[in-house]
Every structure is written in C-alpha cells, then in structure tokens.
Design a protein around this ligand. Structure first.
Ligand code: 13P
Ligand code: SF4
Length: 303
C-alpha cells in the first residue's frame, strides 16, 4: 500500500471505529501528522479524559496509554506497538515506593506520570513536567516525596525553600545523558540562541538554561519569545513540531545522536492501520489499580 492509501484507510477506519488518535510530541513526523491531537503528557491525559470517542489509539509509550485507560476506563485504549516501555518508568518498583512510604509516613507522594499504573496507585497525586511545580505548591506538607525522576524533583525543589523534597534516584537515560559541556559548546557555536531545557535534564544542564519547560511548553515559548534561534534540550523528536509550528525560527540540538528515545520511534503508519483494523493491542488494567491510580491522576487534572 502507498503512504497515501494507508492514510486514507486510517481515516476511514477511524470514523468506523469512532476512534481518536493521540500522539506525543516525540513521535515520528508521519504519526504526528495524522493525529487528532499531538501534545505533551498533560495535554494528552486531559484529552483522553474528555473525549467522547469510543476508541483511543495512543501513539506514545506504555505509561501514556495506561494513563489514558486510567482516566477513561470504559473506553478501548489501543497501543499500536506493545513493546514501548519508558526506561525511567521501569526504574521503580512498588517495593521501592513502600520503603519510602514507611520511612516518611507523613509525606505525600507526588508521582510523575512517567510511571507504571501500579506506582500511580500507591501515590497521592500525579504530576507532569508541565505542572510539577504547581502540583507541589498545592500541598501544605513540608516534606514531600517525588517519584521516580530525581531531576524533575530537584528542579521542583528550586521553587520551594520552605519544603523538603525527598526523591527516588530514577532518571530518563535520554535526558540525563546531556552534559553541560555539550550545551556550552553549542552555546559558543550559536551565541544568539536561547537554551530551553526539559526538567528531566540533570541540574548542571538546567543551570545553563534560559528557560525550562515541558515539550509543549517549549513549542509555546519558541512561538511567544521574540528570539529567532533556540537550542533545544530534550528528545530530538521535538524538533519536528517545533520547526513545523515556527517556520521562521531556527532550532539547534546539542546532542542529536544520544537524545533519542527508542520506544518513541517504533510506531509506523502501518501499525496505526493495524491498530484500528484489529483493535490491537488493547490496554487493560485491574479494576482496583485503575480506581487507586485514578484518584492520583484526577487530582492533577482538576488543578
Ligand atoms: P512531556 O510531558 O514534557 O511531553 O514529557 C514526556 C516525556 O516523556 C519526556 O521525556
Ligand atoms: Fe521515558 Fe525518557 Fe522516553 Fe520520555 S524520553 S518516554 S522519560 S525514556
């Protein structure tokens, strides 16, 4: 089948199935182009909770599809490729959470959505990279546990001198790998460019950033700021929507070979076609997990 034919078939099947296609900002360009909504984790979770579609085809990684199922348990949530783990989400186990809970029994647990449903189910509240600072600000407690990303936790800590954030030592290998030397080199090469970092980057990299934002936050900043050139400190897939939405601006990447999340690159148009035709691979979760995780996700979505 030609690319044009596959796209036609996808659109036909989407109608027939009363489906919606959601795609994360890091997805391959052809997937972003056919999606009904392309966005960051927060935007996609909100859309999944509000849509009246019967089927949600989620083009992203496993935790994103699980989150869609948690907020829309009565809908069919389909991942076009099943083997799409988030390496950070896989770093923490329920036992790790229970150990921290026992050590700090009065500290609420704020869990990054980049985590498995079973971890969300043990948490008080969820957050994304777009709202972590705001979420922590709603809590009256002075000691807070943040999981599983130590970099997002340490970034959030910068905003609260009156709170102590206890963090787990998880991280995203494709953000943590960016080194300050690489950013400094790119800044030297492009002295007019403004550096925007994702909060999953290590603190020494955040120190060099003029702005820190989620993936969609970066797209908005590039649009709103008067500058013409930007250095982008996140997974390399973001360059596609950045350039598409800001054709008059120039984007540089400090480490385009290393900052590639393999799970985000696996879904093709053929997979989306198969997902709609055969309704596979469906995400199902135990009812009890959905119920507990829903509380934590919902509290974030209504903020
Ligand atoms: P955003 O929510 O900023 O899109 O981040 C998701 C993610 O996986 C970053 O690695
Ligand atoms: Fe997970 Fe990192 Fe991939 Fe984002 S880029 S999905 S945090 S492994």
């Amino acid at each position: 089948m030609t690319k044009k034919k596959i796209i036609e078939k996808i659109l036909e099947l989407k109608k027939k199935r009363k489906a919606i296609i959601l795609a994360h900002n890091y997805q391959p360009p052809e997937i972003q182009d056919i999606a009904d909504l392309r966005g960051d984790s927060l935007e996609l979770s909100l859309k999944a909770s509000k849509t009246d579609a019967e089927v949600i085809v989620f083009c992203g990684v496993f935790f994103m599809a699980e989150t869609a199922k948690i907020v829309s348990p009565n809908k069919k949530v389909i991942l076009p490729v099943i083997d799409v783990p988030c390496e950070m989400a896989d770093m923490i186990t329920p036992e790790d959470v229970i150990t921290l809970k026992n050590k700090y029994p009065n500290a609420p647990i704020v869990t990054y959505v980049n985590s498995k449903a079973e971890i969300k189910a043990l948490s008080d509240l969820c957050c994304t990279s777009a709202n972590a600072v705001k979420v922590v600000g709603t809590l009256k407690e002075k000691t807070i546990i943040m999981l599983p990303d130590m970099n997002l936790a340490r970034y959030t800590q910068r905003f609260y001198t009156d709170k102590k954030i206890i963090y787990f030592d998880g991280f995203c290998p494709f953000h943590h790998i960016l080194l300050p030397e690489e950013v400094i080199k790119t800044k030297e090469k492009y002295p007019s460019a403004v550096f925007i970092a994702h909060p999953e980057c290590r603190p020494e990299v955040i120190d060099l950033a003029e702005y820190v934002a989620s993936t969609s936050g970066m797209i908005k900043l590039a649009k709103q700021l008067p500058y013409k050139e930007f250095i982008i400190g996140t997974e390399v897939g973001l360059l596609y929507p950045l350039k598409k939405e800001n054709p008059d601006k120039i984007f540089y990447h400090p480490s385009p070979e290393k900052m590639v999340c393999p799970s985000m690159k696996k879904i093709s148009l053929e997979h989306v076609f198969n997902a709609l035709e055969n309704l596979e691979f469906e995400i199902n979760l135990p009812e009890e997990t959905i119920k507990k995780a829903y509380n934590a996700v919902k509290k974030m979505l209504i903020l």
